[in-house]
Design a protein around this ligand. Structure first.
Ligand code: AMP
Length: 414
């Protein structure tokens, strides 16, 4: 079932969106990309005579009510974006009356789903090592089913448009779907687009395929790095990971970020790349700083020979050139994770070089997919978001999809 061929007239649609937007200290939205991302689905349902029950999480309230994460703070922004009034249900698990009174064209926003531990379905206040943990987990899974049934009872049809949480089997992203027949559940437009973008990358890979993985740690990216090794021609590993690789190969990395327990893993990745014929590109030089700050003193040095008291915070000029060389001829490009501490304006050069090369390759016909909060923040910062083929709203979900894992949020409605 798809949005376009479903008759929403007179129906109540419960839509899982990702309104996990960043707020400033006054509760004002600082980036409304995620709200804008959900608008096509929400507007289509309203225009076609449906009413909307919108549900989302925000932040990590860990199963407790916390006004800091209340979705009431964004109600007016959602109303403005939709161009109509939005009612608010202050308790997502007790909204049956508010939902029942909705008329076609009306909108109800539910309070943060994660104010209930049932949303994530993880037992709270009990350690994994505790002998009673398994029983607590089982009990919580039962409570999660009941919670999901309650949400489902508000509506006739379920739409999942929250790609950012599609890799989680939560009450609102997956379990809820069990309460709807296959004709009454579907993906929203944003989800469809995201799934399509991953499909574009995986189903018909135009070569060369260059993946660029950056960010601070190897440990959080190891699954995708190993998986990509079977698919890509070139694999650029950059950002803080550079120094774990440099140290593993006997380099001197000063005070640079490093995962000492991942040195073996780094050597293993190098070996696997060799065995599989993947061109692994690691930084050779770097911009080293005498402190972790935008105003630090800097020097260009070898990534394998950084003086004590200095740390590599950005890719050096030779490295940028090497990245550019493998990105430019690519026909398929995936970018996840910055090449330096791009939050500091003085350490954006590596990430900028990558973004510029991706834009150039895209202009030459490559399909480029940029995903994960930080790389998306980079292309936004550089004003280049509309010059790549696709900017994904998913971080973890995108990587898991590219790893070939079935996303519970997608599987539940398909
Ligand atoms: P991750 O959460 O692992 O994707 O990493 C993203 C973060 O990595 C960003 O906040 C960057 O500032 C940080 N990062 C990138 N390069 C470095 C580096 N050389 N040293 C420390 N942090 C870095």
């Amino acid at each position: 079932m798809k949005i376009d061929n479903y008759d929403f007239a007179g129906k109540k649609a419960i839509v899982r969106v990702d309104f996990n937007v960043p707020l400033d200290e006054n509760g004002k939205i600082t980036d409304d990309t995620r709200i804008r991302g959900a608008l096509p689905t929400l507007k289509a349902i309203l225009e076609r005579g449906g009413s909307l029950i919108i549900m989302s999480h925000m932040g990590k309230p860990k199963g407790k009510v916390n006004p800091k994460y209340s979705l009431s703070q964004i109600k007016d922004d959602v109303a403005k974006a939709l161009g109509c009034d939005v009612k608010f249900a202050p308790d997502c698990a007790n909204a049956e009356e508010a939902a029942a009174s909705l008329k076609p064209g009306e909108v109800l926003l539910l309070e943060n789903l994660r104010f209930y531990p049932e949303e994530e379905g993880k037992p709270v206040g009990i350690d994994k090592e505790d002998p009673a943990y398994d029983a607590a987990k089982k009990e919580m899974k039962e409570r999660q089913k009941e919670f999901a049934k309650k949400l489902a009872s508000y509506a006739n049809v379920y739409v999942n448009d929250a790609f950012g949480t599609a890799h989680r089997k939560h009450a609102s992203t997956a379990v809820i779907a069990d309460s709807f027949s296959s004709d009454d559940k579907m993906l929203g437009y944003l989800m469809e687009k995201e799934v399509q973008a991953v499909d574009n990358i995986l189903s018909d890979i135009k070569r060369p395929f260059t993946a660029i993985m950056g960010g601070s740690k190897v440990s959080t990216k190891i699954g995708i790095i190993e998986n990509l090794m079977d698919k890509v021609d070139n694999l650029i590993l950059c950002g803080g990971m550079t120094y774990t690789f440099a140290k593993a190969q006997g380099g001197k990395i000063g005070d640079s970020i490093c995962e000492d327990d991942k040195l073996e893993l780094a050597l293993d990745i190098i070996k696997k790349a060799n065995e599989k014929g993947v061109n692994l590109v690691l930084g050779t030089d770097c911009v080293a700083a005498d402190s972790f700050s935008n105003d630090a003193k800097t020097q260009i040095c070898s990534a394998n020979d950084i003086p004590d008291g200095w740390e590599g915070l950005d890719a050096g000029p030779k490295t940028c050139e090497a990245f550019r060389e493998v990105i430019l001829p690519a026909k398929t490009i995936l970018w996840n994770g910055p090449a330096g501490v791009f939050e500091f304006d003085n350490f954006t050069t590596g990430s900028r070089a990558i973004a510029d090369a991706i834009v150039e390759a895209t202009n030459n016909g490559a399909f480029s997919l940029v995903g994960g909060g930080d790389s998306v923040a980079c292309v936004n910062k550089f004003g280049l978001a509309d010059q790549v083929s696709y900017v994904s709203t998913g971080g973890g979900a995108l990587l898991e999809a590219i790893e070939g894992k079935v996303l519970p949020g997608v599987a539940a409605v398909k």
